[in-house]
Design a protein around this ligand. Structure first.
Ligand code: PEP
Length: 253
């Protein structure tokens, strides 16, 4: 049985004061929860604050991205080992906003996946199709290409220590959610693809859904057999909403 993971991607949101309140709410609320892994991914600058407040709680934290480089003259970049220095467990790689606004290629995302593993972080690999690609019936081709690039670069065993987030781009921040059936169909496809290489890895890996997941739709999505939690954007910015999603996931465990 896979334990679900609910991870909040705060993106470039929040303030020092706001984050203090958000973390206070999360810390209080998770006391009653069991059977679910929980994480938050704040902007880099707030990670030390998050570490200070979540240290000793069951909630983990992570970065939203990491540099392709280990160290050196790369202005503005943050390496995986720096994230590790501040207690990060996870790092998101290949979020669609990185792929589109920063032109990250499948190959670069695969390199980042490997860099994360190399330093002992758990990469959360985001894959998913645009609306145009879905309308062209290319969803499976797109997610297969994105995933295959990682498997080719890092090997199938590298998925043992990672997490996948299926995030249809058309559902991110739009309020449009994939139906549980649409999401399950793609999650099943992804797990099947991995099983063709290694059935044990396929059975173990957490595949999260991301794209306007909220308290009102989380339970139904997570009840699907291949949906093992969520990567949450907007709804991760309110403690009550985030905790309700965590609760919905914990009931499935
Ligand atoms: C995301 O950006 O990973 C995401 C899922 O955002 P939202 O929940 O706001 O759609």
């Amino acid at each position: 049985m896979r334990q679900p993971l609910v991870a909040g991607n705060w993106k470039m949101n929040g303030s020092r004061e706001g984050i203090f309140e958000l973390l206070k709410g999360i810390r209080e609320g998770v006391k009653d929860l069991a059977g679910v892994d929980i994480a938050v991914c704040p902007p880099y600058i707030y990670i030390p604050e998050v570490q200070g407040q979540l240290h000793g709680s069951p909630v983990s934290w992570g970065g939203q991205d990491l540099s392709l480089q280990q160290q050196g003259a790369y202005t503005g970049e943050v390496s995986g080992s720096m994230l590790l220095d501040f207690g990060c467990k996870y790092v998101i790689v290949g979020h669609s906003e990185r792929r589109s606004y920063h032109a990250e290629s499948d190959q670069q995302v695969a390199e980042k996946y490997q860099s994360a593993l190399d330093v002992g972080l758990v990469p959360i690999l985001c894959i998913g199709e645009t609306l145009e690609q879905r309308e062209q019936n290319a969803t499976e081709d797109v997610v297969a290409r994105q995933l295959d690039t990682v498997i080719a670069r890092c090997g199938i065993a590298a998925l043992k220590n990672g997490v996948i987030a299926y995030e249809p781009v058309w559902a991110i921040g739009t309020g449009k959610t994939a139906t549980p059936e649409q999401a399950q169909q793609v999650h099943g496809f992804i797990r099947g693809m991995i099983a063709q290489h290694d059935s044990a890895v396929a059975e173990k890996i957490q595949i999260l859904y991301g794209g306007s997941m909220k308290p009102s739709n989380a339970a139904e999505l997570i009840s699907k057999p291949d949906i093992d939690g969520g990567l949450i954007g907007g709804a991760a910015l309110k403690a009550a909403d985030f905790l309700d999603i965590c609760k919905a996931a914990s009931f499935q465990a």
